[in-house]
Design a protein around this ligand. Structure first.
Ligand code: IMP
Ligand code: MG
Length: 195
């Protein structure tokens, strides 16, 4: 696949290659389809970071699948989640009686996932599972079981495959460490904006 940013000086070591992403996302889709045992899952993607992942994941699930999206914004500084989550875009449809799989890009503090699980579980889904492409090593979402996880990552800020730094680099076809050449520049993640 083409790297749209050659040669980007802000991009450091590649931690997950395009091939590794494809293989693992296919495995997750296969596992989800098996676990759902014929029922139609409703994948709920958390905008914007999960868009590439959910697009590939839904195509890796054999059989009917529906998607919906939420957008949240976390207050606080750019690189640390404050745990205060505000819903910017709610679901188009309901989750009552549905087999819901909440799809995130990365678990860092886990507070976004914990908040959304709490929010959705209050709406009477038939089942609610969690899926995150990435989890930072040693992290978890407080009080939440992570049912499907793609990769564990070391504690570096990463970009690509949907994940951004200042809204850039989501279109990199791999996951790489973000190492800005000008640290005072546009770094960080979600400052005032989307997850
Ligand atoms: P949490 O609530 O601390 O788990 O925050 C998770 C959200 O922060 C993710 O959905 C991402 O939007 C963002 N985030 C955390 N770590 C990174 C990273 O390394 N790169 C890009 N975004 C990140
Ligand atoms: Mg996110």
């Amino acid at each position: 696949m083409i790297d749209p940013y050659p040669p980007a000086s802000d991009i450091g070591e590649i931690l997950v290659t395009t091939d590794e992403l494809r293989t693992r996302v296919d495995e997750l889709g296969t596992q989800i389809a098996a676990d759902l045992d014929g029922r139609t899952p409703l994948l709920v993607g958390v905008l914007k970071g999960s868009v590439i992942f959910i697009a590939d994941l839904m195509r890796a699930i054999a059989g009917p699948v529906e998607i919906d999206f939420m957008a949240v914004s976390s207050y606080g500084d750019a690189t640390e989640s404050s745990g205060v989550v505000r819903i910017v875009k709610d679901l188009d449809g309901g989750v009552a009686g549905r087999d819901v799989i909440l799809v995130e890009d990365i678990i860092d503090s886990g507070l976004t996932m914990a908040y959304l699980v709490d929010y959705l579980s209050g709406q009477g889904p038939a089942s609610l599972r969690t899926c995150s492409l990435l989890v930072r090593e040693g992290r978890t979402a407080p009080g939440v079981q992570l049912d499907y996880v793609g990769f564990e990552l070391p504690p570096a800020f990463v970009v690509g495959y949907g994940l951004d730094a200042g809204q850039r680099y989501r279109n990199l076809p791999y996951i790489a460490i973000y190492s800005p050449s000008e640290p005072s520049g546009e770094g960080g993640s979600d400052s005032g904006g989307s997850a």
